[in-house]
Design a binder for this molecule. Sequence first.
Ligand code: SF4
Length: 149
Amino acid sequence: MPLSDPTACRVFDVQRFSIHDGPGIRTTVFLEGCPLRCAWCQNPEAFQRGVADALSPEAVLAEVLKDRDFYAVSGGGMTVSGGEPLLHLAPVRALLEAAKRHGLDTCVQTSEAVPQGHLAAVLGLVDLFAVRPEAHERGAAPRAHGSGP
Ligand code: SF4
């Protein structure tokens, strides 16, 4: 997809069968870009802007939907992480909207280091927020959850 498309998702990893990124079995999509530099960060590739694949939300979702049977039996779904996934609002919102069109449970892992309007803009599309920077660490156990509407 053209990089100029505002909904292009800069994806640096897609992790299937995630069991620590929200309830059930999930697919975690890692988006590029983070305004923080936590000393413990294990995802430094998130800092390198412009090197991740630019994919349409539909292309990302096609990968996520491969495991939808597992989501159904386990109460799982799609988790969007990073980096800071809410840094770039248009792509993450388009991705969440696409997931909801397919009836998927959605989780967003965020440091909340984004404009407040970005959180408000996705509220109705997110079933669960995992809020704390370390929630981004791949394979880390969840420590704090706030539920969406
Ligand atoms: S918020 Fe997450 S991705 Fe960003 S620096 Fe901290 S641990 Fe790394």
